[in-house]
Design a protein. Structure first.
Length: 336
């Protein structure tokens, strides 16, 4: 698909970009409906589904881009893609959702999930820059990849135990919102339909994300942007479009827990799973700017954690501030 888009006329590339967005939007819609139905049927809190199934599904584009790059030994921008995507998820995705409707944040998200995402970022900094895993600095080697994947396996095991415990206790899903949205509650689907929606939605998300990134990269290059700048902006934002679309759809359907869980969970998945698989296949190089970007990610994570702790919700004004901080960061990337 990438080769075909690169050789296509400019007008046709714009058509591909629009088609990619359609697949993303409809795929995310199906994915949220299927995941939410299963969560309610199994009496599992939506936040758990958001942190696992939805987060993994919307991380498919990052996984596809990084693994493909590793297979062809062209993965210099893998870390930039993941860190850029994580900052986009944290500040822009959650910020936009908060602007649409104030987000009530659960205690577990404040006490466990956001701090865990910070720990993952610091682990990336330690293994990559400080060479705590392999002996060479500024490189994520095979051993580093094994550490990431081991931590990822432990995280999944813990989340499954948490979900089973919640189900055993009969914990109900509580969705708090400041205002009712016109879409109302999600309808419950049967198990076969839910699974079909999840699988079909994930395929559409992956296909739409890939087509969107390829088309956007081609447009950016034709407009004179460098490949490095494309990787730090278009690719990282493009591969995070599923998280944005899925979280916005979830927020519009009053599934605000899933919106936050999806964004934070995707950040954890991107570092542990995506970079874990990529560096296990082939060593991934860091560039000097990655260190600054990782520190920015840690700083933004602390900001979101602070907002979430205040009255256990992220308000519209805080959402506007988050989006503004992300735009300032983007301007910094373009100018440096």
């Amino acid at each position: 698909m990438e080769q075909y888009i690169n050789n296509a006329p400019f007008a046709l590339v714009i058509v591909f970009l629009i088609i990619g967005f359609v697949f993303l939007i409809k795929g995310a819609d199906f994915f949220v409906e299927g995941s939410s139905s299963i969560a309610k049927k199994l009496k599992v809190p939506s936040i758990i589904i958001g942190l696992t199934i939805v987060a993994m599904g919307t991380s498919l584009p990052e996984t596809a881009v990084s693994v493909t790059a590793s297979l062809v030994h062209n993965n210099e921008l893998a870390v930039s893609n993941v860190v850029g995507s994580n900052i986009f998820n944290l500040m822009f995705v959650i910020g936009v959702c908060a602007i649409m409707t104030p987000i009530m944040v659960q205690k577990d998200t404040i006490a466990r999930d956001i701090p865990l995402s910070v720990i993952c970022a610091l682990l990336l900094l330690g293994l990559g820059y400080l060479a705590l895993g392999d002996v060479h600095g500024m490189i994520l080697g095979h051993l580093d990849g094994a550490v990431f994947l081991g931590a990822f396996a432990g995280y999944i095991f813990y989340m499954i135990r948490t979900a089973m415990k919640a189900r055993a206790e009969g914990k109900k899903v509580e969705i708090e919102a400041v205002e009712e949205l016109e879409d109302g509650e999600l309808k419950l689907l049967s198990y076969p339909k839910s699974i079909f929606c999840i699988v079909g939605g994930a395929v559409a998300i992956a296909f739409g994300g890939d087509m969107t990134v390829d088309a956007a990269s081609r447009i950016a290059i034709d407009l004179g942007m460098s490949q490095t700048l494309v990787g730090l902006t278009i690719v990282s934002i493009g591969t995070s479009l599923p998280e944005l679309v899925t979280s916005v759809v979830a927020a519009r359907k009053n599934e605000v827990d899933m919106a936050v869980g999806n964004a934070v969970g995707s950040n954890i998945f991107n570092i542990l799973m995506v970079l874990g698989i990529a560096s296990a296949i082939s060593p991934v190089s860091l560039i000097s700017e990655n260190v600054i970007d990782i520190l920015v990610l840690v700083g933004f994570s602390v900001v979101v954690w602070f907002f979430a702790r205040s009255d256990r919700k992220i308000t519209r004004n805080e959402g506007i501030a988050m989006v503004a901080m992300y735009l300032i960061y983007t301007a910094y990337i373009i100018m440096r």
